[in-house]
Design a protein around this ligand. Structure first.
Ligand code: HEC
Ligand code: HEC
Length: 189
């Protein structure tokens, strides 16, 4: 099993924690701040009853037995290792490789939210609308064919744009159409 390929040193873990706080915690953390998953009450009812998943290090309920590669592939494309496709969970096609690796390093770290924990929410009950949309608009994304590297980190506008687009996924909720979006080129829609 390919594990711990990414260095779990303070720097990636700290960067991964920043990204988790911007992104993942709001959908996956329970009221004790553990990443056990929860009901996503704010998702519009038209999508159905949506629950996120346990992403703690628990081997059985969480992602303890996922490889680093399986996690990265999932975060880029939305496709799980069993081939199924996660809905509502954002994809991160433009996140810099090093940032994705930092997210994985954090998920593997000793931080409180990711420590193995058993509770898990029930499975989502996606509406017919959501299921139909997956065939046309909410499709899995292709895995990038090239490495994705940081924009010029001294250019604050470029770095802010990267953070908003590739990490914060701001367009997902703030663009004019909630469904018909180009995730790879968010400003085209
Ligand atoms: C907008 C809410 C939202 C955000 C933000 C989000 N997730 Fe999710 N995530 C979900 C939902 C909902 C599912 C379950 C989808 C399903 O049931 O098909 C999920 C599923 C997953 C899974 C699959 C678990 C399994 O057992 O199948 C992993 C791993 C995961 N998310 C990790 C992350 C990480 C890491 C981040 C941050 C980089 C993140 N998620 C951000 C909502 C979200
Ligand atoms: C999951 C959906 C979602 C995401 C992702 C999201 N937002 Fe929002 N945002 C909202 C909603 C809904 C509101 C309105 C909240 C309210 O009125 O209480 C809002 C409000 C705001 C406001 C306040 C606007 C005003 O007129 O009061 C700003 C600024 C903002 N968002 C910026 C961002 C940025 C920057 C990002 C990316 C880092 C982002 N949002 C990501 C859903 C989202």
């Amino acid at each position: 099993m390919t594990r711990l390929r990414f260095l779990i040193t303070p720097t990636p873990v700290a960067r991964g924690e920043v990204i988790e706080n911007i992104q993942c915690m709001s959908c996956h953390a329970d009221n004790e701040n553990r990443l056990t998953g929860k009901r996503m009450a704010e998702v519009p009812a038209i999508f159905g009853m949506v629950y996120s998943k346990n992403t703690t290090q628990d081997w059985e309920k969480g992602i303890g037995n996922w490889t680093d590669g399986e996690l990265i592939y999932f975060l880029r494309t939305g496709i799980r290792r069993d081939g199924s496709y996660a809905l509502i969970m954002p994809q991160y096609p433009n996140m810099v490789d090093e940032d994705l690796q930092s997210v994985v390093a954090w998920l593997r770290s000793d931080r409180f939210p990711v420590q193995a924990s058993k509770p898990e929410p029930q499975a989502s009950e996606f509406s017919l609308v959501t299921k139909l949309l997956t065939h046309v608009l909410l499709k899995p994304l292709p895995y990038p064919q090239q490495f994705i590297t940081f924009p010029d980190t001294t250019d604050q506008v470029a770095f802010g744009r990267y953070t908003a687009d590739a990490i914060g996924d701001c367009c997902a909720c703030h663009s004019s159409d909630l469904v018909d979006q180009d995730k790879i080129h968010p400003h085209r829609t």
